[in-house]
Structure formats: structure tokens, C-alpha cells
Ligand binder design. Structure first.
Ligand code: FAD
Ligand code: AMP
Length: 478
């Protein structure tokens, strides 16, 4: 007899696995289908995020930062670190152990919550039936009251630089280098390119980032992006804007990359090249031709604000649908859909999804940028506070960057919080919490912040919005 589930989820990334756990917690009979296998040929849950994305990249960023600090920053504390070396295979294997731990953790959570794991490739058929094909080629058909498509995304490859996962790699390959490349090229100065470029630059690679656009980090607040470019350049990252890669040739374990910039045709030889030009939705063999699910013109599954597709009872979440390709966006969509299937009211405030770039300094923001608000014709007051004036940042010898709070000039409501500096990701979340509750800059300024903390920079920036900062000269007097 055909098995029947209340909810069948295709894909066990942060969108899918969180949706499955939530649905099961809400009393729905739930199955989750996943096809990804690790190097040992075992099904691994957690999707891009846990296996080849957020977590492994952060593990390498943390390891490489420790090395960089020991090499370049310990001396100021009076600590001598002579004969420092980096064992790259050990660093990579630490990363792999963390991944294993976490993906195994998801499997445990499935068991604890009663989610049925179906290993194989899932395909939505007409009438909310789902076909599951195992790695042995055997298929089974299951019936679903509701289906959640959470098939995620994969790296975009470009003809001028075909991936061989040896000399020319994508983000997955860049997490597996067994030694530090002497000369590393990165195509794309987006989040992934900057993070992975930073890892290998900190370990001693000479890194050149080739970015086709003339503008650096166009989605970030312009003031923050300017500060970031200045800092990364000072750190030794050679970021070449307006540089479009047109071709490449691999010879003797090196790659010659051709690109054009304002000065004409150029070429550089690298030992490794990371292609980080963005990601695209995964929909290969996901939908039968008569499934009835519509796609948008860019190849994403078309959904409304509640992640419902064109077929009643079929939903899609995460990287396979419109919006930022972020794990926390995917997982919150997963929760929202599970809640709605269970008959609860749920929605996401898409205006308050924080963005983070885990370089050093970190860059993070929530809400709108100053240039966005200007375009929209919203009059604003802006307060900034540099970490150079923060006692805690000085104590940590980490004084680069600033906090910027943007508030509506009429209502004082906070419309954006932007941070470049130490622990920016954690700091910006405080702004996000305040903004969710409609905080004004004055509210933030009236709150008591522990001393000495980096968070005080947020406090001071909020005070500065209305010319009331204490620890910096105010631009605007009351
Ligand atoms: P995915 O995580 O891609 O998961 C989809 C899953 O579905 C996969 O396991 C896939 O095998 C499976 N699947 C696909 N089709 C089928 C099918 N037909 N049948 C069965 N299974 C199927 N985001 C952040 O928020 N913070 C970060 O710091 C961050 N860092 C990143 C660093 C890197 C290097 C990369 C590459 C990404 C990073 N991201 C980060 C992005 C984040 O990983 C994604 O936004 C997130 O994983 C999307 O979740 P998802 O569930 O939509 O899809
Ligand atoms: P993101 O989408 O944030 O991951 O960023 C990818 C970046 O790669 C974008 O800023 C693109 O402009 C850039 N990019 C795409 N194709 C090329 C190319 N051929 N040469 C250089 N940069 C590119």
C-alpha cells in the first residue's frame, strides 16, 4: 500500500530539515527526502549550509583568524609566537569533524521528533504524489497531503572558467585545499568570494579578487562598503573592480585568467582559482511536467509571501525561491510553512532579515541602507560611532569599523542598523530585535548597556542619531 504523510519535504537543508522538524512537532506525520551523500557514501543531512556552506566556511574562517592573530597581532599583547606553522590538512579535518557532528545531529533530531527520513531523489508528481528514487535506482511513490519543496541551490559555473575541482574550484572545492596556494584568484567579490578569499589570504596566499562590477558590495550601505574596501585592501586583498573574466587556461597545475578592465585586456597566472559568481536554484528533475508548479522567469519556484506555490498544498522555501540565499531566511520560511499547514497564523517580516559577511572585520546589516532611503525620499537622521572610540574594542586590539544607526527624521523609528567591526553579526541582531518591536533611536539610547562591551557602540550610535552621544563629538546638537 502507498505510504501517506501529512507533510513530505524534499531536501534536508536548513529550509527543509527545519520545516520537517517543526511539522512533526506540530503533530503532523512527516517525511523528509534527501539525496546528498558525504565522501563515505552516507546520506548527510543539513544541505549546503551544514555540509559545504555556512558552517565549514566559518570553521575555516575561525581557524585562519587564529593563525593570523597569532602571527600578526599577538606581539602587541607582549606574546611571542615564534616558529608558527599551519597544518592545513589538520585544519580541514577539524572542519570536516564539525560538519559530521552537525549533520549527525540533524539525523538525531529527526529521530527524536519522529520525522521519517527517506534517502534518495524526490520528485513531485501530479496530485501531490512524490516519487523517491534511491541510490540503487529503486523507486517508491508516496502520497502527501502537503509537500514542501526545499531543494536549495548550487554554485553558478561560467564558461570562461570551467570548474575542475583541482585548479579551478567552486566554493565546495575551496573548502578542501590541502595546502595554501601561493597565488590565489577569486572571481566575484560577493559574500562567498570575500569569505573564502579571506581564509586563504590569512594563511599567506597572495589573493586577487576579480569583480565585474565597478561598485564594491552594492547591497551594503555605501559608507560601510567604502570602509570595507579600504580595510580589505590594507589587509592585502587585491580587489580589482570592473574586471570581467573572459577566459582561462589550465596548464601544469596553474591557471592563466584573462579579464578585461578599464585598461583593456589583462591576464594573471594563479595556482588556484575560486569561482564565486553566485548560486542558482536546484530544480533538476524535481517536478514532473504535469505537477502544475510554476517557475518564475529566473528559474526559481514561484511562491507568494507565504511560500505557497501555484498548486494548493504545495509550498517551496529557501534558496529555491525568491529572496536572499541565506540559511536563516530558509529556516524561518520552513517554520512559517509548517505552522501554516498546521492551521496556525504565521508570517515572516522579510524587511528584517539580517545579512552578514564573516570577514574580519565582519560586516552586518539589517533594514535599509542610507542610499535606499534617499532613493525612497525618506528623510533620515544618522548616527555613527567608531570602534576606535570603544574601550572594549581597544582592550581587544580590534578597533576597525563603526556602527551606523539610521532613523526616520520625523518619527525617530530605526530603519537600518549597519555594522562593520568586531562581532558585527552579533551586534546587528540587537538592532534587528529592536526594529522588530518598532524601536526609536531614543529608545535604544535610553536603554542600559553593560560596560565595557562592543554593544556600547550601538548605544552610542543610537544616541548620535539625535546628537546625544557621550563618547564622541556630536555632529548635530540638540
Ligand atoms: P540547501 O541547503 O541547498 O539544501 C537543499 C538540500 O536539498 C540539499 O541537501 C540537496 O541535496 C537536497 N536536494 C535537492 N534536490 C533534491 C531532490 N530532488 N531530492 C532529494 N534531495 C534534494 N548562509 C547564511 O545564512 N550564512 C552563512 O554564513 C552562509 N555561508 C555560506 C557559505 C558558503 C560557502 C555557501 C556555499 C553558502 C553559504 N550560505 C550562508 C548560504 C546557505 O548555505 C543557503 O542559503 C542555505 O543552505 C539554503 O538552504 P536550503 O534549505 O534552501 O537549501
Ligand atoms: P554573489 O552573487 O553575491 O555571490 O556575487 C557574485 C559576484 O560575481 C557578483 O558581484 C558578480 O558581479 C561577479 N561576477 C559574475 N561573473 C563575473 C565575471 N565573469 N568576472 C568577474 N566577476 C563576475
Amino acid at each position: 500500500m502507498t505510504q501517506k504523510f501529512d507533510v513530505v519535504v524534499i531536501g534536508a537543508g536548513p529550509g527543509g530539515y527545519v520545516a520537517a522538524i517543526k511539522a512533526a512537532q506540530l503533530g503532523l506525520k512527516t517525511a523528509c527526502i534527501e539525496k546528498y551523500q558525504d565522501k563515505e557514501g552516507k546520506t548527510a543531512l543539513g544541505g549546503t549550509c551544514l555540509n559545504v556552506g555556512c558552517i565549514p566556511s566559518k570553521a575555516l574562517l575561525d581557524s585562519s583568524w587564529k593563525y593570523y592573530e597569532a602571527k600578526d597581532h599577538f606581539a602587541i599583547h607582549g606574546i611571542e609566537a615564534k616558529g608558527l606553522t599551519i597544518d592545513v590538512p589538520a585544519m580541514i579535518s577539524r572542519k570536516s569533524n564539525i560538519v559530521k557532528n552537525l549533520t549527525g545531529g540533524v539525523a538525531t533530531l529527526f529521530k527524536a521528533n519522529g520525522v521519517t527520513l527517506l534517502e534518495g531523489h524526490g520528485k513531485l508528481l501530479a496530485g501531490k504524489q512524490v516519487e523517491v528514487t534511491g541510490s540503487d535506482g529503486k523507486t517508491q511513490i508516496i502520497d502527501a497531503e502537503n509537500v514542501i519543496l526545499a531543494s536549495g541551490s548550487k554554485p553558478i559555473d561560467i564558461p570562461p572558467a570551467p570548474i575542475d575541482q583541482d585548479v579551478i574550484v567552486d566554493s565546495t572545492g575551496a573548502l578542501e585545499f590541502q595546502s595554501v596556494p601561493k597565488k590565489l584568484g577569486v572571481i566575484g567579490a560577493g559574500v562567498i568570494g570575500l569569505e573564502l578569499g579571506s581564509v586563504w589570504a590569512r594563511l599567506g596566499a597572495e589573493v586577487t579578487v576579480l569583480e565585474a562590477l565597478d561598485k564594491f558590495l552594492p547591497a551594503a550601505d555605501e559608507q560601510i562598503a567604502k570602509e570595507a574596501l579600504k580595510t580589505f585592501t590594507k589587509q592585502g586583498l587585491n580587489i580589482r573592480l570592473g574586471a570581467r573574466v573572459t577566459g582561462s587556461e589550465v596548464k601544469k597545475k596553474q591557471v592563466t585568467v584573462n579579464f578585461t578592465d578599464a585598461e583593456g585586456e589583462q591576464k594573471i597566472v594563479f595556482d588556484k582559482l575560486i569561482v564565486a559568481v553566485g548560486r542558482r536554484p536546484v530544480t533538476t528533475d524535481l517536478l514532473a511536467s504535469d505537477s502544475g508548479v510554476d517557475m518564475d522567469e529566473r528559474g526559481y519556484i514561484f511562491v507568494n509571501d507565504q511560500c505557497a506555490t501555484s498548486v494548493p498544498g504545495v509550498y517551496a522555501v529557501g534558496d529555491v525561491v525568491r529572496g536572499a540565499m541565506l540559511a536563516h531566511k530558509a529556516s524561518e520560511e520552513g517554520v512559517m510553512v509548517a505552522e501554516r499547514i498546521a492551521g496556525h497564523k504565521a508570517q515572516i517580516n522579510y524587511d528584517l532579515i539580517p545579512s552578514v559577511i564573516y570577514t574580519h572585520p565582519e560586516i552586518a546589516w539589517v533594514g535599509k541602507t542610507e542610499q535606499q532611503l534617499k532613493t525612497e525620499g525618506v528623510a533620515v537622521n544618522v548616527g555613527t560611532f567608531p570602534f576606535a572610540a570603544s574601550g572594549r574594542a581597544m582592550a581587544a586590539n580590534d578597533t576597525g569599523g563603526l556602527v551606523k544607526v539610521i532613523a526616520d527624521a520625523t518619527t525617530d523609528r530605526v530603519l537600518g542598523v549597519h555594522v562593520i567591526g568586531p562581532s558585527a553579526a552579533e551586534l546587528v541582531q540587537q538592532g534587528a530585535i529592536g526594529m522588530e518591536f518598532g524601536t526609536s533611536a531614543e529608545d535604544l539610547g535610553m536603554m542600559v548597556f553593560s560596560h565595557p562591551t562592543l554593544s556600547e557602540a550601538l548605544h552610542e550610535a543610537a544616541l548620535a542619531v539625535n546628537g546625544q552621544a557621550i563618547h564622541i563629538a556630536n555632529r548635530k546638537k540638540r
